[in-house]
Write a protein that binds this ligand. Structure first.
Ligand code: GLU
Length: 446
């Protein structure tokens, strides 16, 4: 395999799809060496096949807003790779959603899901619907209209969507209600992230953030460091930022910054429990601004227009959106002495930022390993649903712990360099790739 030739071919097939091309390039660069030691992969053209989605559904979603105006959005489901199990991955509702974004996310999901140790293929979906400023009733009508199209393409053994940016417990509820009505199937497993009273995993809301901190704990332990007393800057204030802040605080770290599209909130003493729980209220308001946090808590100060990366911290946790931490941000963090960056958002850092962290020799881990606890807990939710039982929070947390430890081990196994340094980007990409590639190989040319 030759990365430059493969990328040139992909750019020709998918012109302008920059996020998708960026995600593919990162994986190809990581796996090149290992791949070339496996002539059987080359013969079966595994890499040419694995970079293309199995199929994509695109559909129109028409709904009526509170003013009685008819609105039309686009809906998508990208079923990326089903080699190791039914398609699995979230739905993203955000104004910037387009096929390139969902292909990048579906591609990432394929490797991430392989890392979880559970049998799940990769998928992603969503819409360019913008939830900001929408009423609950508008969100419900949009979710219902979206499911009216999607329902024929999903199922417990085919494709199981979940939440992502802009899709949380409330949206999963509206989507599931409509699915059951259309499919006349009252099973509980076609979506994950469900409510506790209707088949949901008790720990799913916290899982991505909790899992990320378990991963960071293992990474720090191996490096002879600890979370105790460490200062953390977190971007975003959604479910993921909430779970990460909660677990980081529990483990003895201080979350001193959170941010939104409007600016950054600095909490020099670190967030307390009340502040962390307020994040959920802030997110549920659908206003997508973080400034009200500083109005509510006088210990906090709000700086408009600044990112979380402007705050001096030991550990940076991007928890919001792809490419939210760029080369300039990386330089600022490094200047301020940051010694660990763990992506909790998918592809949270630009290639320039990753390069800066790796050249500086600080600890860095990629989203597909760090945030895999979310989809892993979704996998556990699917297991509970098909076994018709429900595990306690403690049971799920133990399983999540075990999975994050296994992911960390796999990254170390495949990412250990000759000088003993762990390249977590390489480790995660090679570990995920090897599993999916082997599964594709054994199932023939299809
Ligand atoms: N959207 C989440 C992710 O990026 C969760 C997917 C799921 O639970 O299926 O992994």
């Amino acid at each position: 395999m030759n990365v430059q030739n493969l990328m040139a071919e992909l750019e020709r097939k998918h012109p302008g799809e920059n996020e998708y091309l960026q995600a593919v390039r990162e994986v190809l660069e990581s796996i090149e060496e290992v791949y070339n030691q496996h002539p059987e992969f080359e013969k079966a053209k595994i890499v040419e096949r694995i970079v293309e989605p199995d199929r994509i559904f695109t559909f129109r979603v028409t709904w009526v807003d509170d003013n009685g105006t008819v609105q039309t959005n686009l809906g998508y489901r990208v079923q990326f790779n089903g080699a190791i199990g039914p398609y699995k991955g979230g739905l993203r509702f955000h104004k910037a959603v387009n096929p390139s974004m969902l292909k990048f996310l579906g591609f990432e999901q394929t490797f991430k899901n392989a890392l979880t140790t559970l049998p799940m293929g990769g998928a992603k979906g969503g819409s360019d619907f913008d939830p900001v400023g929408k009423s609950d009733a508008e969100i419900m009508r949009f979710c219902q209209a979206f499911m009216l199209e999607l329902w024929r393409n999903i199922g417990v053994d085919t494709d199981v969507p979940a939440g992502d940016v802009g899709v949380g417990g409330r949206e999963i509820g509206f989507l599931n209600g409509m699915y059951q009505k259309l499919a006349r199937k009252y099973h509980t497993g076609v979506l994950t992230g469900k409510g506790e009273t209707w088949g949901g995993s008790i720990l799913r809301p916290e899982a991505t953030g909790f899992g990320a901190l378990y991963f960071v704990e293992h990474m720090l332990k191996l490096a002879g460091k600890s979370l105790k007393g460490a200062t953390i800057a977190v971007s975003g204030f959604g479910n993921v930022a909430w779970g990460a802040s909660k677990k980081a605080t529990e483990l003895g770290a201080k979350v001193i910054a959170i941010s939104g599209p409007d600016g950054v909130v600095n909490i020099p003493e670190g967030m307390n429990e009340e502040m962390i729980d307020y994040l959920l209220e802030l997110r549920a308001s659908n206003r997508n601004i973080v400034a009200p946090f500083a109005e509510k808590f006088p210990q906090a100060t709000f700086t408009p227009g600044k990112k979380a990366w402007s705050v001096k911290c030991d550990i940076a946790l991007p928890c919001a959106f792809q490419n939210e931490l760029n080369g300039d941000d990386a330089a600022e963090l490094l200047k301020n002495g940051t010694w660990c960056v763990a992506e909790v958002s998918n592809m949270g850092c630009t290639p320039e930022a990753i390069h800066a962290f790796q050249s500086a020799g600080i600890l860095f881990a990629p989203g597909k390993a760090v945030n895999a606890g979310g989809v892993a807990t979704s996998g556990l939710e699917m297991t509970q649903n098909c076994m018709h039982l429900s595990w306690s929070g403690k049971e799920v947390d133990e399983k999540l712990h075990f999975i994050m430890e296994s992911i960390h081990e796999a990254c170390v196994k495949f990412g250990k360099q000759q000088d003993g340094h762990i390249d977590y980007v390489k480790g995660a990409n090679i570990a995920g790739f090897m599993k999916v590639a082997q599964a594709m190989l054994e199932q023939g040319i299809y």
